[in-house]
Design a protein around this ligand. Structure first.
Ligand code: SF4
Ligand code: SF4
Length: 202
């Protein structure tokens, strides 16, 4: 019985001399640990809207929608659903599109008060059937990673050409060395069909 009393007395004296253990938050900032998984934030310049983070989110806190009229893909983050598991950060394709901040003071009265982060990027469509291929930023990111190998893939070659201002690539098949069907943005199904037609005639 005496030992706990002495320990409590020691702690009381220590608190009087050095101050209490508790922090003064919210009156004074109390920084989180460096590895703390705080508010999840996009980097709109580094995110290519590939959708990998949407696929791995276990709480449906992320969603993507394609606006076919405006030709844009939109990614939305719903913070009130987020469980701060970090899956989206770990599996981000570019490793730079999303990160945890140190911010943890996110309490709010209603979910409507919460922020909803939205990122938008231009879509690229198959020029033959109109299917969405992916975003232009995603194709560009792949092309830059592939380096010179990108020139072996027509979609990557085209997106690089347009990025460097070469918009006037001849489309007509009778203008060498280009082939009208081959040198288009095509989805995998149409690309296969075009190759089969060129090589085998069907
Ligand atoms: S931290 Fe987890 S729950 Fe939150 S958006 Fe990322 S994957 Fe979803
Ligand atoms: S680049 Fe990263 S943050 Fe952006 S959609 Fe892809 S996985 Fe998500």
């Amino acid at each position: 019985m005496r030992k706990p009393k002495l320990r409590e007395l020691g702690e009381a004296i220590r608190a009087i001399v050095f101050g209490p253990y508790t922090s003064k938050f919210p009156f004074k900032p109390s920084p989180a640990a460096p590895t703390y998984r705080g508010k999840v934030e996009f980097d709109p310049d580094k995110c290519v809207l590939c959708g990998a983070c949407v696929e791995v989110c276990p709480a449906s806190a992320r969603a993507q929608e394609d606006d076919l009229v405006k030709g844009i893909r939109r990614e939305i983050y719903y913070p009130h659903k987020c469980i701060y598991c970090g899956q989206c950060v770990t599996y981000c394709t570019t490793k730079e599109g999303i990160h945890h901040s140190q911010e943890y003071d996110l309490a709010q009265i209603t979910k409507e008060e919460g922020y909803e982060e939205v990122v938008e990027k231009e879509l690229v469509f198959c020029e033959r059937c109109g299917t969405v291929i992916t975003t232009r930023a995603h194709l560009l990111w792949i092309a830059r990673r592939a380096g010179e190998l990108a020139y072996a893939n027509p979609n990557l070659f085209l997106v690089l050409s347009q990025e460097y201002g070469e918009e006037a690539i001849p489309k007509a098949s009778d203008i060498p060395p280009y082939r009208s069907e081959h040198l288009k943005f095509l989805c995998p199904t149409c690309r296969r069909s075009v190759y089969l037609n060129e090589v085998w005639g069907y």
